[in-house]
Design a protein around this ligand. Structure first.
Ligand code: SAH
Length: 346
């Protein structure tokens, strides 16, 4: 069965017209699916019963089941655990900022990149998410909170460049003017540095922000933290980021997780500044979120501030990521693991 929430308006129109329906029906259905985040065909009250029945027989409509939500009493951050139609679990996060509400979505169930400090990758990749399954994370949160979401960061579990087609389709659907119509400029895609993916994205004509997970200042050190660095050396990754900026005019964000005693010395800060010298970029410092399966420790707040100061002295724009939902913490991928672990031991 075709899966309707992953279809573009054009595809849906083509199908329905072929079935003998009027063209405007496709627009109506598309609006129900994306502008109004319908959970079922029965909600589509301006369609005839007969058409609703026909849609049910023809199409699968993907929705997510909300398993758990943890709400921060400090800042309203909400961490969601969702179940996919085939039983896999994924996480998404809702955050409130002064500039608007933001949702962090997962692009895969699990991940095969193997970054040493990350919980999402510990059990490897389960599967890619469908465009509808990525969209539904946003839509379910819209339904649950009744709030408007102005920003999406593709920074949850998974490597978006490893699920390129579906992620691109997700971006196009979410920003469709007949759908939820989020601004493309308010979408950030974070990658561990898959060079062909970055190059391809720069050709799409999409003004989305690219975030690059850097985390180290030399290939040798990067390879220790991120196996993907064995395939794509820093020089190639940074050249692809430069090309991204040239093609799109969008300033690239570099993410740098600070790990105590590993990549957080003053010398590291200076070398990072040299590496990024002259680039129109922004550095996001993230004190690492320790996961229980690994021994990494977080850099202290004071040391992170020093690191930031050094970068700024060298003219590099840097911020320390504000910790959201400190009281409901658990690094990315932990909620899913804890829940899956608990169910297994029942
Ligand atoms: N695969 C993509 C997007 C998902 S991870 C990527 O690698 O960019 C989003 C960001 O969180 C990445 O920068 C990742 O390196 C970082 N991250 C993962 N686990 C973390 C942890 N325990 N503490 C701090 N940052 C972490």
């Amino acid at each position: 069965m075709k899966e309707i929430r992953s279809m573009t308006l054009q595809e849906l129109t083509h199908d329905l017209v072929e079935e003998g329906e009027k063209q405007f029906r496709a627009k109506q259905i598309f609006a129900w699916l994306h502008a109004r985040q319908a959970k079922s065909f029965d909600e589509m009250s301006d369609l005839s019963l007969a058409l609703r029945e026909k849609l049910k027989e023809t199409y699968e409509l993907v929705t997510l089941e909300q398993i758990q939500v943890l709400v921060s009493a400090l800042d309203g951050t909400r961490k969601y655990l969702f179940r996919l139609p085939d039983g896999h679990l994924i996480e998404s996060v809702f955050m409130k900022y002064r500039h608007g509400n933001s949702v962090c979505v997962s692009s895969q169930a699990g991940c095969r990149m193997g970054c040493r400090f990350c919980a999402s990758t510990l059990d490897g990749l389960a599967r890619n998410l469908l465009p509808s399954e990525i969209l539904e994370q946003v839509y379910q949160i819209v339904r649950d909170t009744g709030e408007k979401i102005s920003n999406v960061v593709i920074m949850g579990s998974g490597e978006p460049m490893d699920n390129y087609e579906n992620v691109l389709r997700f971006i196009r659907l979410l920003t469709d003017e007949k759908g939820y119509h989020m601004s493309q400029r308010n979408i950030t895609l974070s990658t561990c540095g898959i060079v062909p993916g970055i190059r391809r994205l720069s050709e799409e004509g999409l003004p989305v922000t690219l975030a690059l997970s850097l985390h180290a200042v030399s290939d040798e050190e990067r390879r220790q933290l991120m196996p993907v660095a064995r395939k794509y050396p820093l020089q190639e990754v940074l050249a692809a980021c430069d090309a991204y900026f040239e093609k799109t005019g969008r300033r690239v964000s570099f993410e740098y997780s600070l790990v105590k005693g590993v990549n957080d010395s003053g010398e590291h800060a200076r070398r990072l500044a040299v590496l990024l010298k002259g680039k129109n970029c922004h550095v996001n410092l993230i004190p690492v979120n320790p996961i229980k399966e690994r021994l990494f420790q977080s850099t202290s707040r004071a040391e992170a501030a020093n690191f930031q100061l050094t970068l700024e002295k060298y003219g590099i724009n840097a911020t320390i990521r504000r910790e959201m939902g400190r009281d409901i913490q658990g690094a990315c991928g932990q909620l899913r693991r804890d829940y899956a672990g608990a169910s297994l031991s029942l």
